[in-house]
Design a protein around this ligand. Structure first.
Ligand SMILES: O=C(O)[C@H](O)COP(=O)(O)O
Length: 216
């Protein structure tokens, strides 16, 4: 049996307007990761393998959690959000959202256009994004053990689509809910990938940590 614990990185630089600017943990993001690491040490600390993508916010989260990374795999890198946003504005006249309510309507439109192949000149097709993530998850499932995977919200959304057979709107709704430093648990048993936990933040449950429950 393989047990996969997926973690979204801690809060990044949410004020950024490009990918490079976004890709660093905020002080709160470091704190979220440290609290998550402490929670795992108190509960079930051992992992046979620790995977991250190659992004600073992902590797920084694993390190702030107190784990040595055994493998960085670019298949765990996030979708190219800023490039998709530029493409949908330039090609379909849909502007970037200005608040969380607008973002909740905007992200599903971006994913829908991308999945339909309606966004030209983007760094990666939706099909490639799908294949790289499902391929990695399937590879990991064929090795028994407990694996920590520190990645991003869009990747976790795709893993949920793969596990549960979600349609594109369903995947977008899942992506909108994935919190910074959240835990997601999958098991590969009976030749099937099963979801055990989605979007848990046990390290942020107490009222004094309510301020640290963030989406961006
Ligand atoms: O899907 C998104 O909202 C953005 O791509 C953010 O991704 P992240 O999980 O790497 O912050």
């Amino acid at each position: 049996m393989a047990e996969l614990i997926l973690v979204r990185h801690g809060q990044a630089n949410s004020h950024a307007t490009d990918e490079a600017g976004y890709d660093r943990l905020s002080p709160l993001g470091v704190q979220q990761a440290e609290w998550l690491g402490a929670h795992l040490r108190e509960t079930n600390p051992h992992f046979d393998h620790v995977f991250t993508g190659t992004l600073h916010r992902q590797t920084g989260t694993a390190r702030a959690m107190g784990y040595d990374i055994t493998e960085q795999d670019a298949r765990l890198d996030e979708l190219s959000y800023f490039a998709l946003a530029q493409a949908i504005e330039a090609q379909h006249g849909i502007p970037a959202p200005v608040d969380a309510t607008e973002f909740a309507r905007y992200l599903p439109q971006v994913i829908e256009h991308w999945a339909r192949g309606d966004l030209a000149d983007v760094p990666e097709t939706f099909e490639h994004f799908t294949t790289r993530i499902t391929g990695l998850i399937d590879d990991i499932c064929h090795h028994p053990g407990r694996v920590l995977i520190v990645t991003s919200g869009g990747v976790i959304g795709m893993v949920m689509r793969h596990t549960l057979g979600l349609d594109i709107p369903g995947m977008s709704k899942v992506m909108l809910q994935v919190m910074n430093s959240s835990l997601h648990r999958l098991e590969h048993v009976h030749d099937m990938l099963m979801l055990g936990t989605f979007n848990a933040t046990p390290h942020l449950d107490t009222p004094d940590r309510a301020h640290a429950r963030t989406f961006i």
